[in-house]
Structure formats: structure tokens, C-alpha cells
Design a protein around this ligand. Structure first.
Ligand SMILES: [Zn+2]
Length: 302
């Protein structure tokens, strides 16, 4: 768990503590707008509602009779740490692509490979982020569990953060012909971002073993999960797409579109062993029922 280029982290923190600027030299008397920089003394985990996907379980080698619901949740996460703030999986549909109504919006999406999806959206990510007291400018680090479109949507909004990415993922994302399940326009701005290329299986984001990215390849070549050690809640592992449904876990089914069908079970075994060893809980990100039970921002886990 060696930090590869700690110099970047220093730079990022220097930016994050920049002083507020007052317009026209007049000090504001009301509450300050969210500067994106609330200082926390212990690790917090925020869950945002980034939509609900309606899917055909056959793509996940499950029948309609085997699953409790054909809905998949799409959460976005923010880890606030005394040393910085990590945005994990910034959504399925960029905020700029839809108009909130206060109710549910069914958004129809056509992917670069021609695939079509319907996703139910409720509140833009930036609105939820601001509601919790953060702004994109205050986010110091950005990472995806993997490069699929439903995990990268608002990436461009965090182009000023340090991007933590595995080489195989970044190479595929910026290849001449990126994988059809990606949406390159959603992350194009990251090409010039400060970037740390992760080469180790485990990467300790803030250097104190509380926030660790762990390799779990198979769904995509550089797929990873995120371990967050919370002082009161205990350990939580954000699954990425290691599993999609809780039934993928109990019935041991691998999605038909996993990049490497043989790697996924191996990665699952490693992560399950880690859960057993540490007592951490697994949050299956796309688990609709499980996600419904989670506290949503501005509430948080600590
Ligand atoms: Zn996904």
C-alpha cells in the first residue's frame, strides 16, 4: 500500500484550504455559500441518490423469478476524511442532460454502442452535494469502481480533483475506440486532470488505512471496490459491480457482459475473505432494496 506520488496530494490540499473570496470587497452577512470544504475530524460516508435503472435480469444470468426486483439502484458516494474528500462513482446521467421537476423523471439514454436504457432520476447530484455542504471545488479525489457509463456520468464536474485510476481502465477509456459501455463525453475533461495511476492491488487513499481501494477485476479489467473504515459504523465495502443483485451473491451468478468471466469469481472470493477477516459489511451498490434502507445525504455514516 505504497503511495506512489504523494506530491499530488500536497498540491490538492493546498487548493482545498484556499480562503473564501468576497465579491466586490463587501463581506457577506448571510450564511456563506457552500465552499465545498467542511472540515471533518473523523471519516464520514455520504450516500446520494443518482437514480434507478430498470433492467432485464437475464443480462445478469438471473431469471425474473429469482430476483426480488428488476430495479437497480444507482448511488453516488462521498467519503469525507480529515485530509480530503473522495467522490466515488459520480452517477449514471450527467446533471446537465436532464431537468429536475421535483418528482421522478424517466430519462431515456442511448449509449455509444446503440444500447438503450431507461433510468429514473429524482435530484441532480450537484444539488444533493450542495445540500450536504460540499461543492465540486472542494472534492480533492475522484475514483470510479469502473469505467461503465452508469459510474462516470458527472466526472467532468470533478476534473480539478486528483483522479485515482488503474492503468488498464484509463487506457481503455481514452483508447481510439473506447468500450461501447463507456460514455467518453462524460469523463473527457479528466484527460488533463492530476492523475495517480494505481499499480498496487490495494491503494490507501489518505495514508491512514481508513479508505482503501481494492482491485477486484473481472467486470472490467481494472474494476475495484472501496473499503471505508468508519469510527462508529465500522467497516463498509462499496461493491462497485462485483455483484449487481443480492441474488448475484447468494446464487453466485456472473453478469453476461463481464469482461473476464473467470476473473470475477476469483475477485469475489478475495473480497469475501476480506469481509470475513475484517467483519466489514458489503454494500452492493446496485442492490435496490439494500440501497433503500441506507441513510441519504445530507445524513451520513460516521
Ligand atoms: Zn453499474
Amino acid at each position: 500500500m505504497k503511495r506512489l506520488t504523494s506530491g499530488w496530494v500536497t498540491i490538492t490540499l493546498a487548493v482545498a484550504v484556499a480562503l473564501p473570496v468576497f465579491a466586490g470587497g463587501t463581506q457577506q452577512t448571510g450564511p456563506l455559500p457552500a465552499r465545498g470544504n467542511p472540515q471533518v475530524t473523523a471519516v464520514r460516508l455520504y450516500v446520494f441518490d443518482c437514480g434507478t435503472l430498470q433492467v432485464d435480469p437475464a443480462r445478469f444470468r438471473l431469471t425474473k423469478a429469482e430476483v426480488a426486483t428488476t430495479n437497480l439502484s444507482v448511488p453516488c458516494f462521498l467519503v469525507a476524511h480529515p485530509k480530503g474528500r473522495l467522490m466515488w462513482d459520480p452517477g449514471a446521467v450527467p446533471d446537465r442532460d436532464w431537468t429536475p421537476t421535483g418528482g421522478e423523471v424517466i430519462h431515456h439514454l442511448v449509449l455509444p454502442d446503440g444500447g438503450e436504457r431507461d433510468i429514473t432520476l429524482r435530484r441532480p447530484l450537484m444539488t444533493q452535494l450542495a445540500g450536504a455542504g460540499y461543492s465540486p471545488a472542494g472534492i480533492t479525489h475522484l475514483a470510479f469502481s469502473h469505467y461503465h457509463w452508469d459510474h462516470t456520468a458527472n466526472a467532468n464536474a470533478f476534473a480539478d480533483a486528483t483522479w485515482l485510476v488503474r492503468a488498464v481502465e484509463r487506457d481503455a477509456m481514452f483508447a481510439e475506440k473506447p468500450p461501447g459501455v463507456t460514455r467518453p463525453s462524460s469523463y473527457a475533461a479528466l484527460k488533463g486532470s492530476r492523475t495517480i495511476i494505481i499499480r498496487s492491488d490495494e491503494y490507501d487513499v489518505f495514508g491512514d488505512a481508513t479508505v482503501i481501494m481494492m482491485a477486484a477485476p473481472g467486470h472490467t479489467p481494472g474494476h475495484q471496490v472501496l473499503y471505508v473504515k468508519l469510527p462508529k459504523t465500522g467497516g463498509v465495502v462499496l461493491s462497485g459491480d462485483l455483484y449487481h443483485f443480492p441474488e448475484s451473491r447468494t446464487l453466485k451468478r456472473v453478469a453476461t457482459f463481464d469482461f473476464d468471466q473467470t476473473q470475477t469469481p476469483v475477485a469475489r472470493e478475495r473480497i469475501e475473505a476480506f469481509l470475513e477477516k475484517t467483519g466489514a459489511r458489503l454494500w452492493i451498490q446496485h442492490d435496490y432494496a439494500g440501497n433503500t434502507r441506507l441513510k441519504k445525504a445530507p445524513e451520513y455514516y460516521e
